[in-house]
Design a protein around this ligand. Structure first.
Ligand SMILES: [Zn+2]
Length: 304
């Protein structure tokens, strides 16, 4: 089953091979092909005190490697595939800690470079928003509201994964377009800060949003025996039953991109373990296609 993965730390995946060309093609493509992942959302990740210059360098490095590898980032609706059978990349931003002023100008630059989804913060708090380890009473800032308005204007989709609850509700209120949680699961099945409450899941769905299922072991289940594709599929089952299957997608955040890991869903080559889990959770082949890629493609066709 072909897959559209909404979150992959591609900037981190390039780092061990720094200095080489076409890293995605030479080091990752065979693993992506083994997992039948067609489109990968290539995230540039930022946190802490990383500067705007560092953000620019990383985004440029990601774009450069996508192109050197012989691919082209998806920039328009017209470039979205009907089914993700060829390797393609959609550039995204995770955390915008380097933006301290002129958010409109900087968002425009990120967009011009090819980024089509972006989260304002990682777990920490910055000048735009507050992540889930930031101050619970602090949400979206005035600068952050300006960033959201610019993203809406450009049709760059706002990602709420990593936002704390206050930021989440502020974003829901501020954004005129639906939101994506690119890589978050259900708190009801695994109670960690990074997962979503039932209320958040319903609110995202009511606004037409999407939730990508996160394969990170500790966000699947507290029990190491259950940190696998089947138990991740149970999150999909839970969210589909609660809010509608059309809001469920894949956002695996494979740990292989940034660390050594070996669990059942640790790398792109293991993605089909999730698809097998969906079958065991009673989803039909047609429903699995929706979760694997059709829901994301429909969403991006509408809002990108
Ligand atoms: Zn993340």
């Amino acid at each position: 089953m072909k897959i559209f993965d909404l979150h992959a730390d591609i900037a981190c995946a390039l780092q061990p091979y720094a200095g080489e060309k076409a890293i995605l093609k030479n080091h990752w493509q065979s693993r992506l092909a083994q997992g039948e992942i067609g489109v990968t959302s290539a995230a540039s990740f930022f946190s802490g005190s990383q500067s705007w210059q560092q953000m620019q360098q990383t985004v440029q490095a990601v774009k450069k490697d996508i192109e050197e590898s012989g691919y082209r980032p998806i920039l328009t609706k017209e470039e979205l595939p009907e089914d993700p059978s060829e390797p393609q990349y959609l550039m995204t931003i995770e955390g915008m800690c380097g933006i301290h002023e002129d958010p409109e100008e900087k968002i425009s630059w990120l967009y011009a470079m090819g980024n089509r989804i972006g989260s304002l913060c990682w777990n920490d708090q910055n000048d735009l928003a507050t992540g889930n380890s930031g101050s619970p009473g602090r949400g979206l800032t005035e600068l952050g509201r300006r960033a959201v308005r610019k993203m809406n204007e450009l049709h760059m989709i706002v990602d709420v994964s990593h936002a704390n609850e206050k930021t989440f509700w502020d974003l829901l209120d501020e954004s005129s377009l639906p939101l994506i949680a690119t890589h978050s699961n259900a708190k009801a099945l695994c109670f960690v800060e990074r997962n979503l409450t039932d209320q958040q899941i319903r609110a995202l769905a009511e606004k037409g949003g999407l939730i990508g299922m996160n394969a990170c072991a500790k966000f699947i289940d507290a029990d190491p025996e259950k940190q696998d594709g089947l138990h991740l599929a149970e999150h999909a089952r839970y969210i589909a039953d609660l809010a509608g299957i059309e809001h469920v997608a894949c956002g695996f955040d494979f740990s292989a991109y940034y660390t050594e890991a070996s669990h059942d869903m640790s790398g792109p080559e293991k993605a089909q373990n999730f698809i097998e889990g969906l079958r065991r959770c009673g989803f039909s082949e047609d429903e699995i296609k929706d979760i694997a890629y059709r829901n994301v493609l429909r969403f991006l066709q509408k809002y990108m």
